[in-house]
Write a protein that binds this ligand. Structure first.
Ligand code: IMP
Length: 466
C-alpha cells in the first residue's frame, strides 16, 4: 500500500466507543493464516479511534462474537464494531450479503438493547439467495462423491459464498442489494436465475430443492424494505468521510491463505481477503490506507480441506485444539491444529505489505516442554524458504522445524512483555525476527485486558523494544 500522507503507524489500543483519538489515518486489519486468528478482538481494541469499520470481502462465512452489555453475541455479516454507536459499520460492495442473516443479526442486537445499528449497506453488494446455499451444498456433495478415494470437496461453510460470487461474475443471474428495492427488476432476475438453476440442481441430485421465483421475490422484497434505511452508495459515503478527514478501519474477513487469487487454491474462499481486496471491494484506493495490521495465531489452524504442512494430527494438535477451544464459529467444526509456519507467514506479511503484527493466543502454548516452528520447507531434497500458494505443490513439502524451549507458567495475567517468562519472550522475538514485520500486540487471553501492547506514542517501535 502507498506511503503518501498520513504516515504509517498503528494507532495503538484504545477504548472502543471513546472519542476519535488523533492517529495515523485509515488502517486495515487482515488475517495472516487460514482464518479465525482473532481479528475481532484486535478490531474491538482499536475501533474506538476510528469513525467507521468497513467490511470489504466475504459474507456470512466469517464469524466473530462481540460482547454487548455483558452478553456475548455471534456476528457473521455485521462489521465488528457496529454495536458502538459512534462507529459507523459499513458493508461495502465487495461483500456478498445474505439478507436473512443480516436481519437476524440486527434483530439480535436490538434484543440486546442496540435498537438501530449505525450501519451503511452498499447497494452494489451482491445478494446471497437460498439457491446459492443449495448449490454450495450440492457441489460439495458431488465433489466428495465423485471419487470416494479422492474426495475433492473444499469443506466450505455452505453459506452460498462461492455460488453468489460466481453469479456476480456471470452477471445475468446476479442480484445486487439495490435490486431488493425494485420489485419488477428483482422478480425478473430471480425468475431468470430459477429457470437456469432448478433444472441444473435436479440434474445434480434428485433430492435437490426446487425454488419458486414468486415466493422468493416476495420474501426478498420484504427484506429489501427492512434494509432500506441502511442501503446506500457506500463508495460515495467512504470518499466523503475521507475528504472530511475521517479515519476508516477496514476489517478483512477470512484470511490471506484463503484468498481466491493468492491462497492455497482451490482450497480457498471466493474473495480477495488480503489488503489487496480493499480497493476493489470498497472503491477506496490502496494509497489511502496508511497502515496494515496482520493478525496471526501463535500456532496454525485450518477448517475445511486443503494442504497444511505443519498440521499435527496427534496429541500436540489435540492439545492445541482443547486449550485454544479451536472449533469453528460459523460451523462448529473442530479445527485442524499445528505448529506455526513461518514460511507461510512471511508470504502473508509481504502480500499484505504489513506494517505490524498482532500475535494472538500465545497463552494456548503454555505447558509445552518445547515448541516447534517451521522456518523452511524441504521439497525433493532441497531446502526452500518460498511459500508455494497452490494446493498440489504444497502437499509435497516437508516442514523443517526449529525447536524453541517452552514455558510452564500461566501467562494470561501478563500485561507487559516483562511479565512473560523468558521462553515466551523469546518466542515472540523469534516470530518478529523471521516474519519481516514488528509485533505490536500480543494477546494472552480472550478479554480485551488480556493484551500486551505499547502505550500510544510508543507504537512506532516493535513490541520487544517498547
Ligand atoms: P467458503 O468461504 O464457505 O466457500 O469456504 C471455503 C473454505 O474457506 C473452507 O475451507 C472454509 O472452512 C474456509 N473459510 C471460509 N471462511 C472462513 C473463516 O472465516 N475462517 C476460517 N475458515 C474459513
Amino acid at each position: 500500500m502507498g506511503t503518501s500522507n498520513p504516515p504509517r503507524g498503528h494507532p495503538g489500543p484504545g477504548e472502543a466507543g471513546e472519542s476519535t483519538a488523533p492517529h495515523a489515518g485509515s488502517t486495515a486489519v487482515v488475517g495472516l493464516q487460514w482464518g479465525d486468528e482473532g481479528k475481532g478482538k484486535v478490531i474491538d481494541l482499536i475501533a474506538g479511534g476510528f469513525d467507521a469499520v468497513v467490511r470489504f470481502n466475504g459474507g456470512a462465512n466469517a464469524g466473530h462474537s462481540v460482547v454487548v452489555n455483558g452478553r456475548r453475541h455471534a456476528l457473521h455479516l455485521l462489521p465488528s464494531a457496529v454495536h458502538h454507536p459512534r462507529v459507523k459499520g459499513v458493508i461495502a460492495n465487495g461483500v456478498v450479503v445474505d439478507p436473512a442473516v443480516l436481519l437476524e443479526e440486527i434483530d439480535g442486537l436490538a434484543a440486546l438493547g442496540v435498537p438501530r445499528p449505525n450501519l451503511a449497506l452498499s447497494d452494489r453488494a451482491h445478494v446471497v439467495l437460498p439457491y446459492h446455499k443449495e448449490e454450495d451444498a450440492l457441489r460439495e456433495t458431488v465433489a466428495a462423491a465423485a471419487d470416494a478415494e479422492n474426495d475433492r470437496s473444499i469443506g466450505t461453510t455452505r453459506r452460498g459464498i462461492g455460488p453468489a460470487y460466481s453469479d456476480k461474475a456471470l452477471r445475468s443471474t446476479a442480484v445486487r442489494v439495490g435490486d431488493l428495492l425494485k420489485p419488477a427488476a428483482l422478480r425478473e432476475k430471480i425468475e431468470r436465475a430459477c429457470a437456469i438453476k432448478n433444472p441444473q440442481f435436479q440434474a445434480m441430485s434428485e433430492r435437490a430443492q426446487s425454488f419458486d421465483p414468486a415466493l422468493l421475490s416476495t420474501r426478498y422484497l420484504e427484506f429489501g424494505e427492512r434494509l432500506r434505511p441502511y442501503i446506500t452508495d457506500t463508495f460515495q459515503l467512504l470518499r466523503a468521510m475521507l475528504d472530511d478527514g475521517r479515519h476508516l478501519l477496514f476489517e478483512g474477513a477470512n484470511a490471506t491463505l484463503l484468498d481466491v487469487d493468492h491462497g492455497t487454491f482451490p482450497y480457498v474462499t471466493a474473495s480477495n481477503c488480503t489488503s489487496l481486496g480493499i480497493p476493489a471491494g470498497t472503491g477506496v484506493p490502496g494509497r489511502l490506507i496508511a497502515s496494515v495490521v496482520g493478525v496471526m495465531k501463535a500456532y496454525c489452524t485450518r477448517v475445511g480441506a486443503g494442504p497444511f504442512p505443519t498440521e499435527q494430527n496427534n496429541a500436540v494438535g489435540e492439545r492445541i485444539r482443547k486449550r485454544g477451544n479451536e472449533y469453528g464459529t460459523t460451523t462448529g467444526r473442530p479445527r485442524r491444529c499445528g505448529w506455526l509456519d513461518l514460511v507461510a507467514l512471511r508470504y502473508a506479511v509481504r502480500l499484505n505489505d504489513l506494517d505490524s503484527i498482532a500475535l494472538m493466543l500465545l497463552d494456548v502454548l503454555s505447558g509445552f516442554d518445547e515448541i516447534k516452528i517451521c522456518t523452511a520447507y524441504r521439497v525433493s531434497g532441497a531446502r526452500i524458504e518460498r511459500f508455494l500458494p497452490d494446493a498440489d505443490s504444497l502437499t509435497l513439502v516437508e516442514p523443517i522445524y526449529e525447536t524453541l524451549p517452552g514455558w510452564s507458567e500461566d501467562i494470561s495475567g501478563a500485561r507487559a512483555l516483562d511479565d512473560l517468562p523468558s521462553a515466551a519472550r523469546r518466542y515472540v522475538q523469534f516470530v518478529e525476527e523471521h516474519a519481516g514485520a514488528p509485533v505490536r500486540i500480543v494477546s494472552v487471553g480472550p478479554d480485551r485486558e488480556q493484551t500486551i501492547a505499547p502505550a500510544r506514542g510508543a507504537a512506532a517501535h516493535p513490541i520487544h523494544a517498547a
